[in-house]
Every structure is written in C-alpha cells, then in structure tokens.
Design a protein around this ligand. Structure first.
Ligand code: NAD
Ligand code: GLY
Length: 368
C-alpha cells in the first residue's frame, strides 16, 4: 500500500509517495507531473545505487515513455562539492536539458542535495524529482527543498531552496542499505519524536528495533510519520524563519563534529546527529530547561539502538571544545555572531535559543 503525504506550498505543492515497491510506479507517477515528455530524463545517482537499483527504475521510467540518461557519480560526502557540482552541471548542459525539463535525483542525501542544487541553478531553475534511497533521505533530505554542497568552511553552506516536484520513497530499497547507513538514518526519525511528538518517541522506543530489522509495516509507518511531521513544518515555515529551525535538533553539534572530522568515515551524518541530540538534551538539563531523566532516557534509547552517545566514545579523535565551538560559530542559525542552539523543555518540545553561556557549552564538551 502506498501512503501519500502532501507538502502544501501553494503553486509549489507536491506529494511524497511512500511504500514498499513504489519504485516500480516511478514512471507513471513522474509522468503525471509533467506537461510534455522531455526528450531526455537525466537520472543523477551514485555508483552503489546505480548498481543495485537503476535497472528497476529505468524499466519503470521507460515503460512510461521516458528516455532516462544515467549520470553516475562516486558515492560519499565528498561528492557534495564544487568540483562535482561543476561536473554535473556540464553533463546536464551537454545533454541539452531544457528549462522546462526535469532532473531525477536517485540516491541518498548526497545525491539529492547535489542534484537538487544543480537543478535549482541550471538555467535559473529546472524541476526535479526526488527518489530517495536511504532512510535519512526518505525521512528528511528529500523533503522540504533544502539543497546544498559543502565547502571547506563547513557543511551545506552553499545552496538554494528548491522544492522537488514529487518525492517517491520506496521502503523496499532500504533492504540493500548497509546496516550502518540504516541506523544512521534512524537518528533523523527519532529526531522528529524528540522535537515535537512525544507519542511518536514512545512508539519508537517500542518499535524502532523491529522497523530496522525488517518489519515492513513498522518501517513504512516510521517513514510516513516522519515525512508528515516534516511536511507540516515546511508548509508553515518553508524558508526557516522560525519553526523549521527545530528540525536542526542535534545538528548544531552534529555538523560541528562532522566538519571537525572532515566528513571522514568515523561518524556518519546520522551518527553525528544522534550524538548531537544527546548533547542537546544534556545541555538543556545542565541549563535547567529539562529534567535530567529526560536526557537520560534519550541517551538510553540511542545507546540501545547502537549509537555512540558520548564524545569520549570518539577516543583519540575526540575534538577539543574550542575546535567544536569554532565550527558551531559557522552554523547557519547564528545571528549577530551569537551561537544559536535547538534545546528542549522535554521529549517532544524543542525550542531555539541564543541564550546559552559559552562556559556551559565548554563544560558540556569537556565532560567525560
Ligand atoms: P549518502 O547519500 O552518502 O548515502 C549513504 C551511502 O549509502 C552511500 O554510500 C550510498 O551510495 C549508499 N546507498 C544509498 N542508497 C542505497 C541503497 N538503497 N542500498 C545500498 N546503498 C545505498 O548519505 P545520506 O545519509 O543519505 O545523506 C547524507 C547527506 O544528506 C548529508 O550530506 C547531509 O548534509 C544531507 N542532508 C540534507 C538534508 C536536507 O534537508 N537537504 C537533511 C538531512 C541531511
Ligand atoms: N533537515 C533540516 C531541514 O530540512 O530543515
């Protein structure tokens, strides 16, 4: 069964279609969004996704009358760079993609962010479809129109808001995802419960292990509920003038950790976010915003799921507090040079604040 979640953004509204096997419906679902069939349909993907799933996608697209042209990039965060953006734009221009055409992003968050950015700036904006293939991309990065590349100063600092025309999330493709990537995406699922839905977090405490171990209905529910929460927030605050910043729970510390570790394999994005959520709860309890029991409960859940929950777990790679603070100062939420954090009153109630003394952050980041 397919669940469709609307993202209500006026004339830029679109649907997210979620379900097991929905990849086979991509052709007809994408065809329903175009006025005229483009001569060529570029499908931006990475080597892993291409090897495992491109044939099924191409068959569905071909059956609907499209002429798919794969553009296969190396996997990994390094692909979200100026160099690959340039390469991708040149390939799209060589294919003579028209402004009225469409680009398909078929992969994880790296491909979605890069292809979405390329679509957003090519000929001042070409439409694109998101077909996310990681749990992280299905519940987060494919929805909401944030696109970006990284630079040496930090992650996602160069990009545009460019909403996709459609999102198609086949939960069956997640069965080929390495366990570490699946778990990593789970951090973003838990984040939704933590920031705004305590009942969903309760449900996750009971069902998340089964969902990740192959319970299809639990996994589809987790993806669909996450998408619904994100869609509602994005519809209320597309450009992150307020509420949308809550989606960055765990990301202030997470992005700083990733930037410090230079996107190496030591921590995936989701692992950094999970550790970041634990740190956000600990800081909240240290500052008296939330009960220590809530912070411990969050830490316990992430530990039970198999995440690192302390900076000390990084061993020799553990950053000095000053190094992390330097990266936190680059965070896009900051204003007037003040570090801004997403903190919590309790599980299910997050808020944004710049009222955090630097000494408290240093104390948190120095804890054993
Ligand atoms: P990713 O795109 O690097 O994918 C992770 C790995 O899984 C890659 O090696 C990829 O080849 C492989 N893979 C993808 N699908 C697969 C499948 N079905 N089977 C087997 N292997 C598969 O990483 P990610 O975690 O999906 O995305 C991380 C990126 O997303 C980061 O750059 C982050 O900044 C970005 N992000 C963006 C937003 C947003 O709103 N735009 C939100 C969250 C994260
Ligand atoms: N992943 C955060 C956002 O989309 O706003």
């Amino acid at each position: 069964m397919t669940t469709s979640v609307p993202v209500a953004l006026g004339d830029r509204s679109y649907d997210i279609h979620i379900g097991a096997g929905v990849l086979n419906e991509c052709g007809e679902r994408i065809a329903a969004t175009v006025r005229t069939m483009p001569a060529k349909l570029p499908v931006v993907t990475d080597e892993n996704v291409s090897r495992l799933h491109y044939a099924a996608l191409a068959e569905s697209l071909g059956a609907a009358g499209f002429n798919p042209e794969p553009i296969v990039l190396p996997p990994g965060e390094h692909t979200k760079s100026f160099a690959y953006l340039e390469q991708l734009l040149n390939k799209l221009l060589d294919l003579e993609i028209e402004r009225s055409g469409l680009i398909v992003a078929f992969g994880g968050g790296v491909i979605g962010d890069l292809a979405g950015f390329a679509a957003g700036i090519l000929k001042r904006g070409v439409a694109f479809a998101q077909i996310p293939t990681t749990l992280l991309a299905q519940v987060d990065s494919s929805v909401g129109g944030k696109t970006a590349i990284d630079s040496r100063q930090g992650k996602n600092l160069i990009g545009v808001f460019h909403q996709p025309r459609i999102v198609i999330a086949d939960t069956d493709v997640l069965s080929t995802l390495p366990k570490r990537e699946l778990l990593s995406g789970y951090a973003e699922v838990a984040k939704y419960g933590l920031l705004g839905d305590a009942a969903f977090f309760d449900w996750l405490e009971r069902n998340a292990s089964d969902a990740l171990a192959g319970d299809k209905s639990a996994l589809t529910h987790a993806v669909a509920h996450s998408c619904k929460m994100k869609a509602d927030i994005v519809a209320r605050d597309e450009r992150e003038n307020g509420e949308r910043a809550l989606l960055n729970l765990g990301h202030t510390f997470g992005h700083a950790l990733e930037a410090h570790l230079e996107y190496e394999n030591l921590l995936t994005h989701g692992e950094a976010v999970a550790l970041g959520c634990v740190l956000a709860f600990r800081l909240s309890s240290m500052l008296g915003f939330c009960r220590v029991e809530e912070a411990l409960r969050v830490e316990r859940h992430f530990a039970n799921m198999g995440f690192m929950t302390a900076l000390a777990d990084l061993g020799e790679a553990r950053p000095a507090p000053a190094d992390l603070i330097r990266h936190i100062r680059q965070d896009k939420k900051n204003q007037g040079g003040q570090m801004t954090f997403v903190l919590v009153e309790k599980i299910g109630k997050a808020f944004v604040t710049a009222d955090v003394p630097e000494e408290a952050v240093i104390r948190l980041l120095s804890e054993e």
